[in-house]
Write a protein that binds this ligand. Structure first.
Ligand code: ADP
Length: 295
């Protein structure tokens, strides 16, 4: 026989009364708003599929903004496959937790602060097995409890697709600048990136533009270009969906070497920039990064 339910539950599973929970939620909301209010522009980097170079773009975007002396934060919410620590050579970096349960991010340099679930794992081979509510909780904590300080930009590297993590971050960030969407040129990737654009529209997240990565390969020996994954598909799709196209980055073996070595491939100081570095610079210019208040 079923047991009769209490008419008026007086406590939740945590043992706290509903009124205590409600005031805790209100305190959380206030703390979240306060922390985010110190960050002028928040950009979420999304992709329809994995492996298209989304983290590479997010990391190099953050490093480039920091190189322009813009105070930047990089938040990696790819809970199941955090690659930001590797791409920045920060494996093994430890975060500090202050007395008030605030989390101090890892300082990559004077202008760039980084937070990733990867910093919380004792072994980088560990797998995180979490369901939606737990993911929402940790993303909220990263936005609320990490001491980002006053930032010009927060770049969020989100996992591919339109699941729990991108949904949580888009809901938690109030007044985001918008999303940068990374794709590769072939049709299987473009189908999914269209979904990412629809996802942004449903959540009122402006689309700042599409980046077509791995767009053709220029042979370093003969200079001939081979469209390994085709090219031009990202621009055609962006035009069709009515969103800006930010630029195309070719395939360059140096990008893999840089990623594996933990050094960003975009380096504003290089004299003889490669085609990919030049392409990346013009993507940053197209985003028109600025200091100061939003208009
Ligand atoms: P995602 O975040 O979409 O899963 P990553 O940024 O981790 O993708 O990139 C996947 C792999 O592709 C990495 O090894 C990275 O170095 C490589 N890569 C990214 N962009 C390029 C490019 N334009 N040319 C060559 N390799 C690239």
């Amino acid at each position: 026989m079923f047991q009769k339910k209490d008419k008026q539950p007086t406590a939740c599973a945590s043992g706290a009364s509903p009124s205590v929970n409600a005031s805790r939620d209100a305190d959380d909301e206030k703390a979240l708003k306060e922390n985010l209010s110190r960050i002028t522009r928040k950009i979420v980097v999304l992709s329809g599929k994995g492996g298209v170079g989304k983290s590479t773009v997010a990391v190099n975007l953050a490093v480039s903004l920091a190189a322009r002396k813009l105070r930047t934060g990089l938040l990696d919410i790819d809970i199941h496959g955090p690659s930001v620590p590797t791409l920045l050579g920060l494996q093994g970096a430890k975060i500090a937790v202050t007395g008030e349960n605030k989390i101090h991010p890892v300082e990559y340099n004077e202008y760039l602060r980084v937070m990733s679930v990867g910093f919380l794992l004792s072994d980088h081979n560990d797998a995180v097995i979490w369901r939606g509510p737990l993911k929402y909780g940790i993303i909220k904590q990263f936005l609320k409890d990490v001491e980002w300080g006053d930032l010009d930009y927060l770049i969020v590297d989100s996992p591919p697709g339109t699941g729990d993590e991108p949904l949580s971050v888009c809901q938690l960030i109030d007044r985001a600048e918008g999303a940068v969407i990374v794709t590769t040129p072939q049709e299987v990737a473009l189908i999914d990136v269209r979904k990412s654009i629809t996802f942004c529209r449903q959540l009122n997240m402006p689309v700042l533009g599409v980046v077509e990565n791995m767009s053709g390969f220029v042979c370093p020996h003969c200079g001939k270009e081979s469209p390994i994954f085709k090219n031009g598909g990202g621009k055609a799709m962006a035009d069709d969906m009515g969103v800006p196209f930010l630029g195309a980055i070719p395939i360059e073996p140096g990008i893999v070497q840089n990623g594996d070595a933990g050094t960003p491939f975009h380096n504003a100081a290089v004299q003889n920039a490669t085609p990919a570095q030049r392409a990346f610079s013009s993507i940053i210019d197209a985003l028109n990064p600025t200091k100061g208040e939003r208009s």
